[in-house]
Design a protein around this ligand. Structure first.
Ligand code: AMP
Ligand code: MG
Length: 394
């Protein structure tokens, strides 16, 4: 059986990001840059006023001085004004600094009378002037390949006059739920059946990565049907996330189906709890395809998604950063793993503390639904309440 690290490294080493495309700034949030972007415009682009007030020569701004005001520079067109010695120019926030001025006094710090201002607060050279290039300089790197595009980055790209950005394409991902017992939510439930919760949960996990062009497919527990559906999905999707049917029961058909399609699993079974039967296979011809097989139990499906699928999909999406995020927290109660595999417990992270929550079993979906983080415990180990631990928020 592989360790988690071996399994994760194997999967990641097989993943290559797909193509790239130029898209509008209005649709690029959460996507990953496919090229460097360098600044073509410095910010600020010109020396300008930080306040509404009066532009002047700082040496004229002694307390009690009276300066004549004979011109006005609003934000917008540069009127190419100049400030002669002993005078001031009325100026507004964002307006270009007139020639000769080296400070702006706030309007709150002057008194006005008869076309002049009286200085009430001594002026310091440079005050209230936003200098050209102080924030960023032409040629500076704004975006690097693999960087995730945030609202702030969209803002800085727009400040350069850009209306599009070059990003990695989004993969098309299919979710395939297997099992004769499953019924789609919204349909009537017969005795012995249960609702398909993994399908919608996986769609939600994909959406949280920005993958929304997704759909839930279902297949019954027959080798023929399973083979047929996977073959069909393989024609139009880049990745398939299967849940259920990956163990060794008589009704688990994923491995034989993949084998029949010329894709015997290259990785199956990982030393982790929950989630032992995780499998992975990929092919490069006729087009790249990645298949992730998650156990059917909902918590196992969720945990293996976090450990092995999330990072792989992010890499496929072009992300440079795809490790599981982690934070330090204090353990709220003593916890024990009496099993021989590392165990990921689900719980609540808040106020710097992690507290396990609900039934810690692979089918127990409610506890997971109230949790926001996982804690990993080594086999046959315990951690005392109050210990600093690393937890993985999700
Ligand atoms: P399997 O891995 O197919 O043996 O399934 C393990 C357990 O998970 C069984 O109790 C299944 O009924 C349950 N299960 C499988 N798929 C789903 C699903 N999509 N939603 C909820 N439970 C599931
Ligand atoms: Mg099943």
């Amino acid at each position: 059986m592989l360790t988690e690290t071996e399994a994760r490294d194997h999967v990641l080493s097989r993943i290559t990001p797909g193509g790239s495309e130029d898209i509008s700034l209005s649709t690029c949030l959460g996507r990953h840059a496919a090229a460097h972007v360098l600044a073509s415009i410095s910010l600020p682009g010109f020396d300008n006023s930080q306040v509404d007030g009066y532009a002047l020569r700082a040496q004229d701004g002694t307390k009690g001085a009276r300066l004549k005001v004979n011109a006005e520079q609003p934000a917008g067109a540069d009127l190419h004004l100049a400030v002669p010695p002993g005078e001031a120019v009325r100026i507004f926030t964002g307006a270009p600094i007139p020639q000769g001025a080296d400070a702006v006094i706030m309007q709150e710090d002057v008194s006005t009378s008869d076309g002049a201002v009286v200085i009430n607060e001594a002026v310091v050279p440079g005050e209230n002037i936003r200098r050209t290039g102080r924030d960023l300089c032409r040629g500076q790197k704004l975006l690097r390949p693999g960087q995730r595009i945030t609202p702030g980055i969209i803002g800085v790209l727009a400040s350069q006059g850009l209306s599009t950005v070059y990003v990695y394409c989004l993969p098309r991902v299919a979710v395939l739920s297997t099992g004769d017992e499953l019924v789609a939510p919204g349909q009537p439930l017969q005795p012995g059946q249960l609702y398909n919760s993994n399908g919608p949960m996986l769609i939600g996990l994909l959406a949280s990565l920005g993958l929304t062009d997704t759909a839930i497919h279902h297949c019954p527990d027959s080798l023929e049907a399973t083979t047929h559906i996977i073959d069909n999905l393989a024609q139009s999707f880049d990745a398939i996330i299967v849940s259920g049917g990956v163990s060794v029961g008589d009704h688990d058909h994923i491995k034989p189906a993949l084998k029949a399609l010329g894709m015997p699993p290259e990785l199956w079974r990982v030393k982790v709890k929950p989630g032992k039967p995780f499998l992975f296979v990929h092919r490069t011809e006729p087009r790249p395809l990645y298949v992730f097989g998650l156990p059917g139990n909902p918590v196992s499906a969720f945990v293996t998604y976090q450990l092995f699928v999330r990072g792989a999909l992010l890499k496929l999406m072009g992300a440079a950063e795809h490790a599981l995020p982690s934070v330090e927290a204090e353990l709220a109660e003593t916890m024990e793993n009496d099993g021989d595999r590392p165990h990921y417990f689900r719980g609540l992270l808040g106020g710097g503390r992690f507290k396990p929550l609900g039934v810690q079993a692979s089918h127990a979906l409610f506890g997971l639904s109230q949790s926001n983080a996982m804690l990993r415990l080594e086999p046959f180990s315990s951690i005392k309440a109050g210990t600093r631990v690393t937890v993985y928020p999700f």
